[in-house]
Design a protein around this ligand. Structure first.
Ligand SMILES: Nc1ncnc2c1ncn2[C@@H]1O[C@H](COP(=O)(O)OP(=O)(O)OP(=O)(O)O)[C@@H](O)[C@H]1O
Ligand SMILES: [Mg+2]
Length: 332
């Protein structure tokens, strides 16, 4: 029997769509990946490719029109497996996992913090919902967490409302809410975009040290290739709802195989690039998600497309966990 004791999350052929009357948006189209204990999976890809919808599907936080139409999401803890995709959205089981077992740092802190409750209330609520401790202990934990995240005078700022915090500070509150219960898995959706680089580095360090201390697993969604290179163990490159390339950081960044991954890497600015050298861009735009081209979704933008690309590429296993969806990337 080969039970993978390090497995924390398994997403298998996930399909999530939005039914918008006459249009259907296939936001996530057959995504599969695994997350292991103490490991970080980086998820990258252009805007609109399904990164956030994948994250929201895991925690059953999809908006009304969004539905998981196929596949499964399984969470493993203490020898028990829970099929999250079968749980009731707001049932007690899902609520006990959300926030306690799996913490989520949302991309948009404004939309996720409640304007009518104080910052302190919102952090403490998460603690008190999941742990039997006194209100004072919860407050102490909240202060400790905000201080760690670099908020000055944290104790007095707990009484403030979200509108009294700057964008970057609100983002740190989101991080505090996600991490304060020491979840086994943190899903961080662009956790540091609104922060200046020094705070960003500090927060990434904090996440790393939490990971080392507690063996936390992290799904890190970001546009920033530098951050994935620094933080991730594995990388999933998404394009139009599919993972087009998956592998270790060394495989994906060191020997990328999919033309889309290569193009993404070429469009990253590097320090020292000459002022007159132009950064590569990926030609064209992402297609309308409710009117996708037949075959490989990247083909219309791909310099290497052939007739074969009229059919959706099957996944090729390149060995060692490296897999790619491209007809022209097969073989060693
Ligand atoms: N509430 C919604 N209603 C309809 N379509 C939606 C909704 N939320 C997301 N979508 C669509 O699902 C697709 C995937 O969106 P998603 O938010 O996952 O992108 P993303 O990869 O997170 O992009 P970004 O990098 O900009 O955050 C997009 O085509 C988007 O328009
Ligand atoms: Mg997003």
């Amino acid at each position: 029997m080969s039970v993978d004791r390090d497995l924390v999350l398994k997403v298998d052929n996930l399909q999530t769509q939005f039914d918008l009357g006459r249009r259907i948006v296939r936001a996530v189209n057959g995504v599969s990946f695994e997350v292991r204990k103490g490991r970080t999976l980086g998820v990258v890809g252009e805007s609109g490719c399904g990164k956030s919808v994948t994250a929201h599907s895991i925690l059953q936080l999809l908006p009304k029109l969004g539905h998981i139409t196929n596949g499964s999401i399984t969470y493993y803890a203490d020898g028990k497996e829970t099929v999250l995709s079968k749980l009731k959205k707001n049932g007690s089981e899902m609520r006990s996992i959300r926030g306690k077992e799996i913490g989520m740092i949302f991309q948009d802190p404004m939309a996720s913090l409640n304007p009518v409750y104080t910052i302190g209330n919102q952090i403490c609520e998460n603690i008190l919902q999941h742990e039997r401790i006194s209100k004072q202990e919860a407050i102490d934990r909240a202060v400790e967490m905000l201080t760690l995240l670099g908020i000055p005078r944290a104790a007095s700022r707990l009484k403030d409302y979200p509108h009294q915090f700057s964008g970057g500070m609100k983002q740190r509150v989101m991080i505090a809410i996600a991490m304060v219960c020491n979840p086994r898995l943190v899903i961080a959706d662009e956790p540091t975009t609104a922060l200046d680089v020094t705070i960003q580095a500090q927060i990434l360090e904090l996440m790393k040290s939490m990971q080392q201390r507690l063996g936390t697993s992290i799904i890190l969604i970001t546009h920033n290739m530098g951050i994935v290179a620094d933080m991730a163990d594995d990388i999933a490159v998404m394009y139009m709802g599919r993972i087009v390339e998956f592998g270790s950081v060394r495989q994906v960044l060191g020997s990328p195989r999919h033309p889309y991954t290569k193009a993404l890497l070429h469009s990253v600015p590097t320090l020292g690039i000459g002022k007159h050298e132009r950064l590569a861009t990926i030609r064209g735009n992402t297609p309308d998600p409710s009117d996708m081209p037949p075959g490989c979704e990247f083909a219309p933008r791909c310099d290497f497309a052939t007739d074969a690309c009229q059919t959706v590429p099957a996944e090729t296993d390149l060995g060692g966990g490296h897999r790619v969806r491209c007809w022209n990337c097969q073989g060693g």
